[in-house]
Write a protein that binds this ligand. Structure first.
Ligand code: FAD
Length: 412
C-alpha cells in the first residue's frame, strides 16, 4: 500500500508514523525546508503537547462537533499520546490546568522524537516538496496521487491531506488543503481566525497598552445575550485586548456571534460583591478624606488606571474625596464591576492560534477519516472543521485524527 501525506505538521507526522508502522510504504511531502515549523512555536516554544484531563473534559474543550472526534479520540487519546512521547524518549511533565509539556520545556524535543519515530518506521520525508494539485480519477471517484510544484507526479493508492489551517502563514499553513478539498468536491465551511485578540473601539484602551490584569472576570454580550463569561488574565494592547481570557473569549465570539459588534464587560474586582466593594471604597475614602480622588484610589488599581477610572466614572480626578457624592461613588462602583468595552471584531489570521472552520465534517467518515466523496482520500488535523480552546486540545485533535487517518489508510 503506497500512501502519500501532504503536510509535515503534527497531524501529518502522526499519520505517517502510524501508517508506516502498520506496514505501508509512506511518503510525507512537506513544502518547507523542515517539518513542524508551527509545532516548534507552540506553547511559546515549550509545546503544550496535550492535556491530561479525562476524556469528557477533552471533548468539552472542543468548540463544536466534538462527537465527530469520538472514534479518533477513543482510539488514540491523551494517555496514548503521552505514552508515545515517553516511549520515543521525550519525557513529559504536567502543569497547572493539566497542561502537558516536554520536561525540557523545549518544543524541539517533541520534534526530534517525531523525527526519530518517522525514521524508525521507515517514513520517507521529502522536504521542499510543495503539492500543487491532487490527482483524482473522476470517473471512479478514486485518488490517483499528486503533482508537485516542480511538475513531478507521484502516484499512490491513498492520500492524507494534513495541511493545517491558515493562521501564522509563515509556518507554511497557507490553506492549500482547503483548495484541494474543494477541487475534490468537498465543501469548506466559513473560515475565521480563532483564539485571537480583539479589536476594541474605545480609544482609552491605547493608554493602557502593556497593562496586564490578573483575576478579572470577562463577560461578552451580543445583542444583550451572554455568550461568554470566565475569570483569568487579560492584556491591553495598542489595538484592543489580548491575553488568555480574551483568546478563549474570541473563540466563543467567532462561533456564536460571527464577528458582529459585541460588548465586553470586565469586572475588575470579581472576588468582592457590590456591597463588599462599596465598604472597601468607603474605607479608602475615610482614610483619605482630604486627598484628591485620583490619589485616594491609588491602592485599588495599577498606576496606569489611576487617570482612566475617574474619566470612565465621570468624576473629576482632582476633586477632594470628601466632596464625592453618593451618586458619584455608585457610578465609580459600577465602573469597577462593569468596565464596558466595544468589540469591533477580531485580529487577523497572523495573530490567530487556530483557524475556525474547514473541511465539512459530514462529508468525512468519522470512524476512518476517509472522504465520503473520493475513495482513498483522507483528512487529518486543523484542515478539518474543528477547533478547541487553549490547553493542548488542538494538538490532541491533530494527534488523534492523524493517528486514525494513518491507521485506516494503511488497511488493505
Ligand atoms: P500544521 O501544524 O499547520 O501543519 C501543516 C503542514 O502542512 C505545514 O508544515 C505546512 O508547511 C504543510 N503544507 C501546507 N500546504 C502544503 C502543500 N501544498 N504541500 C506540502 N506541504 C504543505 N496547540 C496546542 O494544542 N498547544 C499549544 O501549545 C499550541 N500553541 C500554539 C501557538 C501558536 C503561536 C500557534 C499559531 C498555534 C498553536 N497551537 C497549539 C495550535 C497547533 O499548532 C495547531 O493546532 C497544529 O499545529 C495543527 O496541526 P496540523 O498538522 O493540522 O497543521
Amino acid at each position: 500500500m503506497k500512501i502519500l501525506i501532504i503536510g509535515g505538521g503534527p497531524a501529518g507526522m502522526m499519520a505517517a508514523i502510524t501508517a508506516a508502522k502498520a506496514g505501508a510504504d509512506v511518503v510525507l511531502l512537506e513544502k518547507n525546508e523542515k517539518t513542524g515549523k508551527k509545532l516548534f512555536i507552540t506553547g511559546k516554544g515549550r509545546c503544550n503537547v496535550t492535556n491530561a484531563c479525562d476524556t469528557e473534559n477533552l471533548f468539552a474543550n472542543v468548540m463544536e462537533h466534538s462527537k465527530f472526534l469520538y472514534s479518533a479520540v477513543y482510539g488514540y487519546d491523551n494517555q496514548a499520546v503521552m505514552q508515545f512521547f515517553e516511549d520515543a524518549g521525550c519525557h513529559l511533565k504536567t502543569e497547572r490546568g493539566q497542561r502537558v509539556f516536554p520536561e525540557s520545556d523545549h518544543s524541539s524535543d517533541i520534534l526530534r522524537a517525531l523525527d526519530r519515530e518517522m525514521q524508525k518506521a521507515g517514513v520517507k520525508v521529502r522536504l521542499n516538496s510543495e503539492v500543487e494539485e491532487v490527482l483524482i480519477d473522476n470517473e471512479k471517484k478514486q485518488i490517483l496521487g499528486v503533482r508537485l510544484h516542480n511538475r513531478e507526479k507521484i502516484m499512490a493508492d491513498r492520500l492524507i491531506i494534513a495541511t493545517g489551517g491558515i493562521s501564522y502563514v509563515l509556518t507554511g499553513s497557507t490553506g492549500d488543503g482547503y483548495r484541494f478539498a474543494r477541487e475534490a468536491g468537498h465543501s469548506v465551511t466559513k473560515l475565521s481566525p480563532a483564539l485571537v485578540p480583539f479589536n476594541i473601539e474605545e480609544d482609552w484602551c491605547k493608554q493602557l497598552q502593556g497593562l496586564s490584569l490578573r483575576n478579572v472576570e470577562a463577560t461578552i454580550e451580543v445583542e444583550g445575550r451572554n455568550i461568554y463569561s470566565d475569570f483569568g488574565e487579560m492584556l491591553f494592547t495598542h489595538y484592543g485586548v489580548s491575553g488568555p481570557l480574551m483568546l478563549s473569549g474570541s473563540s466563543y465570539y467567532v462561533h456564536k456571534a460571527g464577528n458582529r459588534p459585541a460588548k465586553l464587560y470586565i469586572d475588575l474586582k470579581p472576588a468582592l460583591t457590590q456591597e463588599q466593594l462599596d465598604k472597601r471604597i468607603l474605607r479608602e475614602f475615610d482614610a483619605n478624606r482630604n486627598k484628591q480622588f485620583k490619589n485616594a484610589i491609588a491602592t485599588l488599581f495599577p498606576a496606569k488606571m489611576q487617570n482612566i477610572m475617574p474619566m470612565l466614572a465621570q468624576i473629576d480626578p482632582e476633586k477632594k474625596v470628601n466632596e464625592i457624592t453618593k451618586e458619584e461613588r455608585e457610578r465609580f462602583l459600577h465602573t469597577i464591576k462593569h468596565l464596558e468595552l466595544t468589540i469591533t471584531g477580531v485580529r487577523d489570521y497572523n495573530e490567530a492560534i487556530i483557524t475556525k472552520g474547514g473541511v465539512k465534517l459530514s462529508e468525512i467518515n468519522p470512524s476512518t477519516m476517509e472522504s465520503k466523496i473520493i475513495k482513498g482520500l483522507y483528512f487529518a488535523g486543523e484542515v478539518l472543521d474543528l477547533d478547541a480552546l487553549t490547553g493542548g486540545y488542538n494538538l490532541q485533535i491533530a494527534w488523534s485524527t492523524g493517528h486514525l487517518a494513518g491507521e485506516s489508510a494503511a488497511e488493505e
